[in-house]
Design a protein around this ligand. Structure first.
Ligand code: NAP
Ligand code: GDP
Length: 327
C-alpha cells in the first residue's frame, strides 16, 4: 500500500508551504514527493477537528499512514491575550481528537506542531527541547501554550501505553505566503506588512505596536516545510525538535518593521505605539539538536524571505486572508 500523508491545517501558512515544497522539489529528492506517495491537505471546511466524529470521518476517508498535524487556532500576541479560553479549548479539542484518532486508526507516524510559546517564561536561555515543562508559560498566551504543551505529554503517554510513533516539532515565529494578515489577530510580520501597505496606499502613518525592542527568531515557512518533511521521514523519537534558525539570528521588532518599510517602498511617517503590549521580551531557542541530526541545511536569508513574502502579499492582496478588507 502506498503511503498517504494527511496534513491537518493544510490550507494555512505552514500547510501551504509544505504543499509548495512537495510539489516543487524534484520527485524522489530529500524534500520532494516519493514515488507513489499521496499527500492530502485538509482544511477546516472538510472537517472541523474540534469534533470527534468529523475527525474520524476524515481519517476514514483518506486512511492516512502518516499525519503532519498543523491544524490549530493560531493568532498573534493580541489575539492570544484577548481569547485565552478559546485558544485553550479549541486547541485542546483539536489535539485530543487528532492524536486519539491517529491511534485508533493505526497511523504509523504522527508529527504534531507546537510553538516556542510553550516554553516557561522564567527559564535559562537558550531554550532547548528539555525545558518545556520547567515552569509556567508567559501570561500573555497561557491558554494556547498549555494546550500545545499537552501534546508533548500525550505523545509520551501514547508511546508508553501503546508504543505509538508520535512526536512533535517546535517552530519559532513563522512567516511567508498565505499567512493570516488580519490587522487584529495576525502575527507581527503579516500584521505589519498589511499595516504598511495600507499606510502607503492611504498616505497615513505606519504605526508599529509596542516599543519595537523585543527580539524574535523568525523562520520562513518554506524552510520550515522542508524541516517538517525531514522530521516525518527521518526522525523517529518521541522527544520534540526545535525547528529554527540559530539563536544568534534574533531580530528586533524594529528591524522587522524597517525591513517591511523597505520591501513595501513606504516613505511616510513611521512610529511606535508604546501603549501596546510588547509580550515576551525574547525567547531565543537553540537549533543545535536539529543541526546535529539533519546535517547540512541552508536557511533562506531573512531579508530575502521577507521580500518574497511582501511581494506575494502585494500581488495577492485581493485573495489574501486580510480579514475585513480595510479602506
Ligand atoms: P494558520 O495559517 O492560521 O492555519 C491554520 C490551519 O488550521 C488552517 O488550515 C485552518 O483551516 C486549520 N484549522 C483551524 N481550526 C481548525 C479546526 N477547528 N478544524 C480543522 N482545521 C482547523 O496557521 P499556521 O501559522 O499555518 O499554523 C500551523 C501550525 O504551526 C499551528 O499548529 C501553529 O500552532 C504552529 N505555529 C505557528 C507559528 C506562526 O508563527 N504562524 C509559530 C509556531 C507554531 P482553514 O484554512 O479551513 O481555516
Ligand atoms: P509572539 O512571538 O507570540 O509574541 O507573536 P507576535 O508575532 O504576535 O509578535 C509580537 C511582537 O510584535 C510583540 O513584541 C508586539 O508588541 C510586536 N508587534 C508590533 N506590532 C504588532 C502587530 O501589529 N501585531 C502583532 N501581533 N504584534 C505586533
Amino acid at each position: 500500500m502506498p503511503d498517504v500523508i494527511l496534513v491537518t491545517g493544510g490550507t494555512g501558512l505552514v500547510g501551504r508551504a509544505i504543499q509548495y515544497v512537495i510539489e516543487t522539489e524534484p520527485e524522489g529528492s530529500r524534500f520532494g514527493k516519493k514515488p507513489g506517495e499521496k499527500w492530502v491537505f485538509a482544511s477546516s471546511s472538510e472537517a472541523d477537528l474540534r469534533d470527534i466524529k468529523e475527525t474520524q470521518k476524515l481519517f476514514e476517508k483518506y486512511k492516512p499512514t502518516h499525519v503532519i498535524h498543523l491544524a490549530a487556532l493560531v493568532g498573534g500576541l493580541f489575539a492570544n491575550m484577548k481569547y485565552k479560553a478559546t485558544f485553550l479549548r479549541d486547541n485542546t479539542l483539536i489535539n485530543d481528537n487528532v492524536l486519539h484518532t491517529s491511534h485508533t486508526a493505526g497511523t504509523k507516524k504522527l508529527v504534531s506542531c507546537l510553538s516556542t510559546c510553550v516554553f516557561p517564561d522564567k527559564v535559562t536561555y537558550p531554550l532547548d527541547e528539555t525545558k518545556i515543562h520547567e515552569g509556567l508559560p508567559h501570561h500573555s498566551n497561557f491558554g494556547y501554550a498549555h494546550a500545545k504543551r499537552m501534546v508533548d505529554v500525550a505523545n509520551h503517554a501514547y508511546k508508553d501505553q501503546y508504543g505509538s510513533n508520535f512526536t512533535s516539532a517546535i517552530p519559532t515565529n513563522v512567516f511567508g505566503q498565505y499567512d493570516n494578515y488580519d490587522l487584529e489577530t495576525a502575527h507581527v510580520i503579516p500584521a505589519l506588512i498589511h499595516k504598511c501597505y495600507l499606510a502607503k496606499k492611504n498616505g497615513t502613518p505606519f504605526v508599529v505596536g509596542g516599543t519595537g525592542k523585543p527580539l524574535r527568531q523568525f523562520i520562513y515557512s518554506r524552510d520550515l516545510a522542508k524541516l517538517f518533511i525531514w522530521q516525518l521521514r527521518e526522525y523517529d523519537d518521541v522527544e520534540p525538535v526545535i525547528l529554527s534558525v540559530g539563536e544568534d539570528e534574533e531580530v528586533s521588532i524594529k528591524q522587522v518593521a524597517d525591513a517591511i518599510v523597505k520591501a513595501v517602498g513606504f516613505v511616510g511617517e513611521y512610529a511606535f505605539d508604546a501603549t501596546k503590549a510588547d509580550g515576551q521580551f525574547r525567547k531565543p531557542a537553540s537549533n543545535k539538536k536539529l543541526l546535529g541530526l539533519i546535517g547540512d541545511f541552508q536557511f533562506t536569508p531573512f531579508d530575502q524571505a521577507l521580500d518574497e513574502s511582501v511581494q506575494w502579499f502585494l500581488q495577492n492582496y485581493d485573495t489574501a486572508r486580510t480579514g475585513v478588507k480595510a479602506a
